[in-house]
Design a protein around this ligand. Structure first.
Ligand code: DLL
Length: 446
């Protein structure tokens, strides 16, 4: 697998990417064999899973075809919390070589475990991710995902090395140094959250560094939702190609799915992660093409197999063949989660809709926050957005003009008017990792 890694200077095909091009029948055989093994492993070693199988009078022998996966019980986030810290492990600690954790919003973190083999699979899927984004041996990859308990840093690190790229383990933060290294080391590819990269763009400009003049060619972004408008902003302002990658700690970290040169949906590394789409209300499986909640089963994880894990991420599967030649199914970009919706005057609102509206209006900057408050039992929403210095100085009535166009753009997308606060550049806190777009003050006592 990872023993004979190389890549031609043109990028494109990489030996680790071979499974990306498996014919559908061969892929299904691999999936079924691995599904049966992982179900047997979880049944034998994870009490919670065994109990749930027994409640349904199921044994691992019940899996005859991939479609039989639908009989298996779901796993949800609270299962990880309820069994904190190690209750879902299927390997003895002596076989576990790494732990990561994700803090979430409240309470105890979620702990995830990896055996030596799991780490190798992770490096493989991340190498395939980078290859799909056009990276190859010889690329200098600045890894600005956070190192530590977050899976982004080390996940990308091992994948970049497995590909044969030169990895700079800079982690998140210290933006001036990031820019200095991009310039001095001739960095050709960079990965971090899209929100952090918008900050790097802004800081580079302040420092008088024009990213267009540098060898930086590719940005690999993920860990949070970002719209096509944000992608256009990044690609134009930095003169790079910006790719979307997806993953979550519970499944492995980054490396679950990746865009390719087509930039039309993310190929799911289906030989390791089996995707399903369900109706988030009823739990019923939905046909390919229909939008619903993404459910993932790890097909090869040893230390912590996840069977039918409900991600809460909303997407749909694309079955049409991709122009890049990969046979892996694609999922559409994640714009929202089933749990990040709020209701304003009877209208369902997702943060990504607000971002789409903002970036369509010239004069705004991609730095914004949504502030939720509650007034006499009703939820209210204010949108705070930075505008360019020219607009903010308002020499030609530009501020009012932007306000009007923003109000219209938001009304057009959401169907409601919201309170708008146009603020000067740098008023909103910058993030080095995942941006906090929604400030929820609905339960604050006044
Ligand atoms: O964010 C893993 C990761 C690291 C992915 C680096 C990509 C790059 P968690 O911290 O567990 O893991 O958060 C997982 O983040 O369920 C999604 O809601 C969201 N998410 C991740 N990637 C994307 C993306 C990492 N490309 C949660 N688009 C997931 C939208 C994303 N949302």
């Amino acid at each position: 697998m990872l023993t004979e890694l190389w890549n031609d200077a043109e990028g494109g095909f990489h030996p680790a990417s071979a499974p990306d091009f498996l014919p559908a029948t061969a892929l299904k055989q691999v999936q079924l064999r691995r599904l049966r093994a992982v179900v047997a492993r979880a049944y034998k070693n994870v009490a919670l899973f065994r109990t749930r199988m027994e409640e349904r009078s199921l044994t691992p022998d019940a899996i005859h075809s991939l479609a039989d996966i639908q009989h298996l019980p779901f796993t949800i986030k609270t299962d990880l919390r309820d069994t904190y810290p190690f209750g879902l492990f299927a390997s003895p600690m002596s076989d576990v070589v790494r732990l990561h954790a994700s803090s979430g919003t409240t309470g105890k973190p979620i702990v995830v475990a990896y055996t030596r083999e799991d780490i190798d699979v992770w490096a493989e899927v991340m190498a395939r991710t980078f290859a799909a984004c056009g990276l190859h041996r010889g690329d200098i990859l600045q890894n600005a995902f956070g190192y530590g308990l977050f899976t982004g840093g080390l996940g990308a690190h091992y994948g970049g090395e497995a590909l044969g790229a030169t990895v700079i383990p800079i982690s998140g933060g210290n933006t001036d140094r990031q820019i200095m290294l991009i310039r001095d080391f001739g960095v050709s590819a960079l990965c971090c959250t899209p929100s952090y990269f918008t900050h790097m763009i802004e800081r580079a400009r302040e420092l008088g560094v024009d990213l267009h003049d540098l060898p930086l060619r590719v940005g690999i972004f993920g860990a949070e939702p970002w719209t096509d408008g944000m992608r256009r902003h990044i690609e134009t302002e930095a003169g790079i190609k910006a790719y979307d990658i997806y993953g979550l700690s519970e499944i492995i970290g980054p490396g679950v799915a990746s865009e390719c040169s087509a930039q039309e949906g993310l190929h799911v590394f289906e030989d390791h992660f089996y995707p399903e789409i369900i109706d988030p209300e009823t739990g019923e499986a939905l046909p390919d093409g229909q939008e619903g909640e993404l459910v993932l089963t790890t097909l090869s994880k040893k230390a912590m197999p996840m069977i039918r894990y409900r991600t809460r991420d909303i997407t749909s599967l694309i079955t049409e063949p991709c122009t890049c030649g990969r046979t892996l199914r694609r999922m559409r970009r994640i714009g929202r989660r089933s749990d990040d919706m709020f209701i304003i005057r009877g209208v369902n609102v997702f943060p990504s809709q607000v971002e789409a509206a903002l970036l369509a209006v010239e004069g705004t900057l991609p730095h914004y926050q949504i502030i939720l408050t509650r007034d006499q039992g009703l939820d209210r929403m204010a949108v705070e957005v930075e505008v360019t210095p020219e607009v903010f100085s308002d020499r030609i009535g530009a501020l009012e003009n932007v306000r009007t166009r923003l109000a219209q753009a938001i009304e057009h997308i959401l169907g409601i008017r919201v309170e708008l606060r146009l603020v000067e550049p740098r008023s909103i806190a910058r993030s080095e990792g995942k941006a906090k777009r929604v400030i929820d003050r609905r339960n604050d006592t006044v």
